[in-house]
Write a protein that binds this ligand. Sequence first.
Ligand code: GLA
Length: 395
Amino acid sequence: MNYSKQCFYVFAILAVSFLNIQCKSEKKKEVIETNTEIATNQVTIEKSDYGITSEGEKVEKYILKNASGIEIDIITYGGIITALKTPNKDGVSQDIVLGYNSLEEYTNSNPYFGALIGRYGNRIAKGKFKLNGTEYTLATNDGENHLHGGLKGFDKVVWKASEEKNDASASLKLSYLSKDMEEGYPGNLDVTVTYTLDNDNKLNVVYEATTDKTTVVNLTQHSYFNLSGDSSTSILDQELKINADTYIPVNETLIPNGELATVENTPFDFTTMKVIGKDIEADNDQLRKGLGFDHCWVLNEQNTGVRYAATAYDPSSGRVLEIYTDEPGIQFYSGNFLDGTLPSKNGGTYAQRSGFCLETQHYPDSPNQKDFPSTVLEPGKKYESTTSFIFSVKK
Ligand code: GLA
């Protein structure tokens, strides 16, 4: 073989192997791309650092995302939902919950934006209750009453986090051990709250707790929604329906007088879809006491497990939020105490009624109200409660 022939063969072999390698790598790329396609149809969960509290505790943020573009950001401080992005009727994704941009703002002053609430969501009169003949005294952090777990409730502690994932959903499991006599409550309370996002646009929240001494428990989630996606607008034009024929009237410190009242022919009738602002300024003693709506509705179909509780709808964006729960009640709070002093996420401030809360729970002051469903948890028993938030759009 002469020199030029040799050169030709070497070149030909090199060219063939090069083409072969190219081909293989194209195939590999294809496989990776197919995998990515599968991956994007799954619900994802991602973790990042969020900050450090003044006590030196590390706080993390988890982002859950599903295939239709719902994104939920949750931090381990207070189990707070810091952002909840859902598409509007034109497919534009916007944040529909009130909150802040930094840990510092959450730790400085937070009217429970997005937070997990415990041990006791809502008020306990004068911060006192009796269990098996022993009187317990809790912190009074709302005038003379105890509210949402006290001075350092579950909204202000750092929770331990773990992730779970399967093909259809992703979960963030948050756990916290509340020590015996913390905020005045008896018993070491082991609490777990699991947030699960699925591809059916459902955020499921499951609360579980056990205790080593008889105690009271009433856990809830305190997100402030503004379904328009623009918290500079009022919630008064948004609509609400609550599956409740009765509600719980309160005294001037928002403690129930023990009675249930019919909603019929009152501003509290949300049995069919009604604009929130329609009756909010009506001449009504209960509205004066609450500065608007800040009451617990007694949900229909009690003791039937998880059932329909409420629907909120924003005609401008088309967003619909449906709530299902196994709790006996739902506190509808129309953001009456927001007063334009707290900074919003987009540079403004949160005005009165720029967000509403729908907090599924047992009734306020149950430990002192003998006719209300019990909130007592005994050792050896398990507290379990489920609430689902379902997001959709109506065109
Ligand atoms: C709850 C209460 C309200 C108010 C808010 C937080 O929803 O019912 O009265 O305290 O929390 O500001």
